[in-house]
Design a protein around this ligand. Structure first.
Ligand code: SF4
Length: 322
């Protein structure tokens, strides 16, 4: 049985159930890298050029950790998932960058995901991917259907139950009812690969929960609601991530959360444009806003201090308005 490696980084948080369903329906086994740790962080960092953003450096670390455990590495070239809404250039160039920087990587499966070229072109790319494992056309078609079904069920589970991708992926095992009923509600918006990677964000979500905060993240809302909030504000998106940042920010501001935390990555071009819009809307709603910019030097102590100061401000504002 062929083993397909899936790095626990970037699009993993969004699409793992779909990818797993697809490969397993074709008789392949999927192998996922472990959660980010110091070794992954260090090896990824050492391969990439300094200007590369932290999530992409981590991605290389995850690829290296899987390199001798699989027959193929799955790294789709993500270009666009909507009409004229693009992924950043680093996503597009990911398979080529990996080939250049991680020579020990096994053969890369790199279907091009570009909805701008139409659904036919996407299905052709997926079909060619399936041909690595089966020559049976109907089997590949069934695998695509199972992948779509798994993706919809995953997205629905998160919005219906108000849980994160991590909780949905581990079957709810890490979901704990809070001991105390939270007194504050805060929305954390940003890329999934930043807000759910506990190594780089220093356990932001569980830390907030331990501080008595009810945390909301983009996946806890229905995709359609995020799309509507995003379009109302900025029209058709230019970046594929706008629903998770601008849409989620607006959605939770309208839902009257007590505060918004925008977690971004230092040096990320798309983030720098989207953050200003969320910050501007938060000031219109008079909702406290915190911008956290993470890089490889972000210290845990500094992050905790900023969180505590922010929550003090949120509480003070609540008292003034009460
Ligand atoms: S969107 Fe930003 S953080 Fe994400 S891969 Fe591109 S540059 Fe890096």
């Amino acid at each position: 049985m062929f083993k397909v490696g899936i790095p626990r980084a970037l699009s993993y948080y969004q699409y793992l159930p779909a990818w797993k369903a697809f490969f397993e329906a074709l008789g392949a086994e999927t192998v996922v890298s472990p959660p980010t740790n110091k070794a992954i962080f260090t090896t990824g960092n050492s391969r990439a050029v300094a200007e590369t953003c932290l999530p992409v450096k981590l991605f290389f670390g995850h690829v290296i950790s899987l390199a001798n455990r699989c027959d193929y590495m799955f790294i789709p070239a993500m270009r666009s998932l909507g009409k004229k809404a693009y992924y950043c250039s680093k996503f597009i160039g990911l398979p080529d960058m990996t080939r250049a920087l991680v020579p020990e990587c096994p053969p890369i499966l790199d279907p091009e995901v570009d909805l701008n070229k139409g659904r036919r072109s996407l299905y052709r790319a997926i079909y060619n991917l399936g041909c690595h494992f089966s020559s049976d056309k109907s089997k590949i078609k069934k695998a695509v259907e199972q992948a779509e079904k798994a993706h919809l069920a995953y997205r629905k589970e998160m919005s219906d139950r108000g849980i994160t991708p991590i909780q949905a992926l581990d079957g709810g095992k890490s979901y704990l009812e809070p001991d105390i009923s939270p007194s504050l509600s805060v929305a954390v918006v940003g890329h999934q690969y930043v807000i759910y990677d506990d190594y780089i964000n220093h356990r932001l979500i569980s830390r907030l929960q331990a501080m008595g905060v009810r945390v909301f993240t983009p996946e806890m809302a229905e995709q359609e609601a995020l799309d509507i909030a995003m379009t109302k504000l900025g029209g058709a998106p230019h970046w594929s991530f706008e629903a998770d940042i601008i849409g989620a920010g607006e959605y939770y501001l309208e839902a009257k959360v007590d505060g918004i935390i925008n977690v971004a990555v230092f040096g990320c071009g798309p983030d720098s444009m989207m953050i200003d819009m969320v910050r501007h809307r938060a000031s219109k709603f008079r909702t406290p806003f915190l911008h956290l910019s993470l890089d490889e030097h972000t210290s845990e102590g500094g992050l905790v201090t900023r969180l505590e100061a922010f929550l003090d401000m949120v509480k003070r504002k609540g008292r003034i308005c009460a």
